[in-house]
Design a binder for this molecule. Structure first.
Ligand code: MOS
Length: 732
């Protein structure tokens, strides 16, 4: 299967989005639709002793008030990482127990949003409160080494290669440090929102989801209906970033309210409640020991982490999977510990393990470069590798050296003066130049692709995938268009909809490497069958062949799975369960990589840090949709700037929950924070992962940006800040 060059087409739904005709979940309006709002717990842990809903019920326009006294029949849909479908195992509003501040305790449905909101505020609860533990590193931590936990292995095992402790003890140069990353929330622009409507015993849910298959299966389990009675429809998301990767908290509640009322229900979770009604990036601490020879060869890495989980679930971590494969480490050992705390279950937020792991490792590598007196680019080049540190099998493709060299050229790295504080701007600001690399697993999920060509000149393709704004629909349309030799706007793409082929979770940067090879195979199969149907056709256009065969339409279906996956994997796909493979495949290991170079300027008087420019060179295999890919990397760099300098959710040690649960106080970068972001791709197809040569891009875009900034801050100021985010007060 050969693949011609991909055209630089515009986002296929761009004009729909500009004109407002791309319908997001909360845009859905139905006759008789009811609006719902939630009341949430104001204690951090304990139980409800009394719930007074009289005032709420007596407000004119209120149609329904639901509490745990009404919903005892709901079955937990289970936690995504434990064979279930939801972001946590706790099904709220089924008992008086409170596991965290912000947990929903009542739902009010009313004729208008205003009435529902007012009534929800009138619900009064009394509680028996217990002390909370919400700060990682506080006293009496309830810790679980995940290697000794029930979490599945080898996914959540410790990693080991050689004798890291011996090699570290013998190392000529050593660095030892602890780094930390705060809790953060994904905060996609599109709020968590559901419109649920019943047609008899059939439930239709409109929701921005990265995982309509799990939402369907989870709803079915929770509501005790058959999955075939449920459809979940999610054509567009206003961002996902992991927040929408499973059955959401509000979905079930909206569906129950709609069933009780016999009317469609819309439930939009306000920004402030979203901080507790979905997952978040857990607080984590990373203890790193690196050993090297005096010539600068890495001989040992010992990597130990502590990461927040909830009382009710184990959100396992894979920090070491990426850390082990950042560089060629002759000896490596890791240990990952989970700490149970009183919050909702944390989960996946863009670069969930990789961002924090690369922050720790790549800052430590920079500290080692300083200790050795080596240039940090040269040190990384000297420790490049083509082998998986743990399995010793080949990496399918790794162009880290090319990323570093090209990035250094584009950035002008050769002009860097190595001594901290030695570069100054005209206004006196200290200039710092920093570099770091990132890696992100190249995973692949199984896919069934259905492709139809019609004689009216239309093509439709249905594959697993969800478009969160990253451009997946555009990449799929481009692939089919290029393969069939038709214009991209002739191609309709059906994704994120349970009414077609089984949908798999779109996350882990596997969307492109899952949907694109399947779409390409379907197009090849289509061309093959059309040629057989019209052997004498002289025009190779699929429409011409179709007409020559005397047909008005023709459809094909192909099945594709990741290297090494068994046939039975399609049962998991159909059940709405995670079924992705990678980065370790039977014969090789696959990662995407990036090298990020950043300049910071630290104002002498205020110590304010600015990032006027960044250069990112990315090895994601073949680039399928150049325009949306570039946009995605620019967005990733913005995320990295936010992670390094702005974003932190602040847990409240007194009462639980997160204090700064709004956009006034959860600070993200704005336009004024962003300078020039120069993006380039290596664009070399991966030879082993799939025939198109795609690896993955969504998360590698941000992984490594934060350490590049921290390293630049060190270069500007001589101050090594190991705790994110880096703020003015750390540099005074
Ligand atoms: Mo992503 S954090 O894998 O949705």
């Amino acid at each position: 299967m050969s693949m011609p060059a991909f055209p630089n087409i515009a986002r296929v739904e761009a004009s729909d989005k500009v004109r407002g005709t791309a319908i997001y979940a909360a845009d859905n309006v139905r006759p008789g639709m009811v609006h719902a709002a939630l009341t949430v717990a104001t204690i951090g842990r304990g139980r409800i002793t009394g719930l007074d809903t009289a005032a709420a019920r007596s407000l004119p326009g209120v149609l329904l008030v639901l509490t745990h006294e009404d919903l005892g029949e709901l079955v937990s849909p289970g936690f995504l990482l434990a064979g279930g479908y939801a972001f946590q195992s706790l099904q709220v509003m089924t008992s008086p127990a409170i596991a965290y501040r912000g947990q929903p305790i009542a739902l009010v449905a009313a004729e208008t949003l205003e009435i529902a909101t007012e009534a929800a505020a009138l619900v009064r609860a009394t509680y028996e409160a217990e002390p909370v533990q919400v700060i990682l590193g506080g006293p009496s931590m309830d810790a679980v080494a995940q290697a000794d936990s029930p979490l599945p292995k080898p996914m959540f095992a410790d990693r080991r290669a050689g004798d890291a402790d011996g090699a570290y003890a013998d190392a000529e140069v050593r660095v030892e440090a602890t780094y930390s990353s705060p809790p953060q929330h994904q905060n996609p622009m599109e709020l968590l929102s559901t419109v649920a409507e019943w047609h008899g015993d059939r439930l239709i849910v409109h929701e921005g989801s990265q995982n309509v298959g799990a939402a369907r299966a989870g709803l079915a389990r929770c509501l005790k209906v058959d999955p075939t009675q449920v459809d979940v429809i999610s054509p567009h998301l206003g961002g996902g970033f992991g927040q929408k990767n499973s059955l959401q908290m509000q979905t079930t509640l909206a569906a129950v309210a709609a069933r009780r009322l016999g009317r469609p229900v819309k439930l939009v979770v306000p920004r402030s409640q979203g901080f507790h009604d979905s997952s978040f990036r857990p607080a984590s601490r990373h203890h790193v020991r690196l050993g090297a020879t005096r010539e600068g060869l890495f001989t040992a890495a010992i990597y130990e982490t502590e990461s927040q989980t909830s009382r009710h679930d184990l959100y396992g971590t894979q920090y070491a999977e990426v850390a082990a494969n950042l560089h060629g480490f002759a000896n490596f050992r890791s240990r990952e510990v989970l700490v149970r705390m009183d919050a909702q279950t944390p989960g996946y937020m863009r670069g969930p393990y990789e961002h924090a792991a690369c922050f720790a490792l790549e800052c430590a590598v920079d500290e080692l470069a300083v200790a050795l007196g080596h240039d940090p680019v040269a040190l990384r080049l000297a420790n490049d590798t083509q082998l998986d540190t743990i399995t010793k099998k080949p990496l399918s493709s790794r162009h880290v050296a090319a990323c570093l060299r090209r990035g250094a050229d584009l950035f002008g790295w050769a002009r860097r003066q190595p001594a901290p504080g030695s570069m100054r701007a005209a206004d006196g600001a200290a200039i710092g130049w920093g570099v770091a690399i990132g890696a992100y697993k190249a995973s692949t999920a199984p896919a069934i692709a259905r492709l139809e060509v019609r004689s009216d000149g239309r093509v439709s393709i249905n594959v697993p995938g969800h478009d969160m704004g990253q451009g997946l629909r555009t990449a799929i349309a481009a692939t089919v268009a290029v393969k069939l030799g038709v214009p991209a706007d002739a191609v309709s793409v059906l994704i994120g909809d349970t009414r077609g082929v089984p949908q798999h979770l779109t996350a882990g940067s596997w969307g492109t490497a899952t949907a694109i090879p399947a779409a390409a195979e379907a197009a090849d199969a289509m061309l093959g069958e059309l040629r057989q149907m019209a052997p004498s056709a002289t025009d190779s256009s699929p429409f011409a062949m179709l007409t020559a065969a005397g047909r008005t339409s023709h459809a094909v279906e192909v099945q594709r799975r990741a290297p090494g996956q068994p046939d039975a994997i399609f049962q998991r796909l159909s059940a709405g369960l995670p079924a992705a493979a990678g980065p370790v495949y039977p014969d090789f290991t696959s990662f995407s990589y990036a090298a990020h170079f950043v300049e910071v300027r630290v104002d002498q008087a205020t110590r304010r840090v600015r990032v006027p420019r960044a250069v990112s060179v990315v090895d994601c295999g073949r680039v399928v949709s150049p325009r949306t890919a570039r946009s995605q990397v620019q967005g990733g760099v913005v995320w990295g700037i936010g992670a390094a300098l702005r974003e932190a959710s602040e847990p409240d040690a007194r009462y639980g929950g997160f204090i700064n649960a709004d956009f006034a106080e959860y600070v993200v970068p704005v336009n004024a924070d962003i300078g020039a972001i120069n993006v380039e791709f290596i664009d070399k197809p991966d030879p082993l992962l799939n025939a198109v040569g795609v690896k993955g891009l969504g998360e590698i875009a941000m992984v490594g940006v934060a350490p590049a900034i921290a390293n630049a801050v060190f270069h500007a100021t001589g101050r090594r800040i190991r705790d994110l985010p880096i703020r003015i007060e750390h540099l005074l």
